[in-house]
Design a binder for this molecule. Structure first.
Ligand code: FAQ
Length: 310
């Protein structure tokens, strides 16, 4: 009965073993995972757009090949994560519709523009750096398919982070104009990167329950702090300044203290009012609608072969 099943589930979580698709799980656990995994998948797919804009304008064949590989990896991550959501009973086409209709979210970070080529480097360094901080602990998430997906995703994100940092190192060894371009991109992306970790812990409705279920392993503020501590020395090595006058080393705690985040801006972007929200969704909608015939044709072909096999 349900009480016994709940006990078994609780015991699995308490013993830090994984929940698998065939296992019974409370409805809230399933819903929370579908929400987080779908949002994560949407972020990867929408996240192809800001850098994808530079594919036709990359400054060399080598840079183009690297960027193409990175953007394709993001497509792979999205598809991998939609598959994980399907093991929870979700339907991929339905999730895409919910994204396009604004009923599911994607990361706030992808609503900012990429006007300069240095943005590609800064996204790799800061956005993929933040993604790694957030996702490495998710390799130990309690839901098996999500945790296993994160292992591969994190390996690829490490490559993404390095390609970004290497690109920036190259530009910083270049001309004054190139250095200024990098600094301007850092100034624009720093605060939005800190917002990627989500609202502060005392305003995060999902964290406590997600941690109790072992879906999340750290709070939003813990991971944000870890990211700042990791990134400040990298900024110093690169020779850029981070746009925060309050950034200071705190000897007693052994952490970098940082200034107040503009949560009103975060709320505006989540409400659909960031610089690029409308464009990102319009493009995703066009991709769904313009390619519907491919899905129809592939589905018809698969049906025909299923009948042939039977
Ligand atoms: N943007 O209660 P919490 C990538 C929402 S990396 C938009 O704290 P939770 C790689 C949240 O969903 C980016 N919405 O929620 C890449 C909730 O709304 P809901 C993707 C946000 O889930 C790099 C509400 O606020 N990574 O794509 C954001 O416990 C470069 C309350 O928040 C992941 O998704 C935000 N930043 O914690 C690709 C990682 N923050 O659903 C291309 C997995 C919060 O109740 C290029 N996800 N919200 O309506 C997570 O770790 C968690 O879901 C958090 C949020 C930490 C994002």
């Amino acid at each position: 009965d349900e009480a016994t099943l709940q006990e078994q589930f609780d015991a699995t979580i308490a013993a830090d073993r994984r929940i698998e698709p065939r296992d019974w799980m409370p409805e809230g656990y399933r819903k929370t995972l579908v929400r987080q995994v779908a949002q994560h998948a949407h972020s990867e797919i929408i996240g192809m757009q800001p850098e994808g804009d530079w594919l036709l304008a990359a400054p060399s064949l080598r840079r183009k090949a690297v960027l193409l590989a990175k953007v394709q990896d993001e497509a792979g991550h999205g598809l991998y994560l939609y598959s994980a959501a399907e093991t929870l009973g979700a339907d991929r086409a339905d999730l895409t519709d919910k994204l396009i209709e604004g009923r599911q979210k994607y990361s706030s970070i992808f609503n900012y523009p990429t006007p300069a080529y240095a943005d590609v480097g800064v996204i790799g360094w800061l956005v993929d750096g933040a993604a790694i901080c957030n996702q490495v602990p998710l390799c130990r998430s309690s839901y098996g398919p999500y945790a296993r997906a994160m292992i591969r995703v994190c390996k690829e994100e490490s490559f993404h982070q390095r390609q970004g940092y290497e690109l920036l190192m190259t530009m910083m060894r270049g001309t004054d104009e190139q250095r200024a371009m990098v600094q301007d991109a850092v100034d624009r992306w720093w605060w939005p990167s800190l917002m990627m970790f989500g609202p502060p812990d005392d305003e995060s409705p999902n964290t406590a329950q997600s941690m109790a279920w072992g879906i999340k392993r750290h709070t939003n503020d813990e991971l944000r702090q870890r990211f700042v501590d990791m990134t400040v020395p990298q900024a110093q090595a690169l020779g850029v300044t981070l746009p925060d006058p309050d950034l200071a080393w705190d000897e007693s705690s052994g952490h970098w203290r940082f200034g107040a985040i503009d949560w009103a801006e975060f709320a505006r972007v989540l409400a659909g009012d960031g610089p690029k929200n409308a464009e990102r969704i319009a493009r995703r909608r066009a991709a769904r609608d313009d390619n519907a015939w491919v899905v129809e044709a592939a589905t018809a072909y698969a049906r025909k072969h299923e009948r042939g096999a039977a």
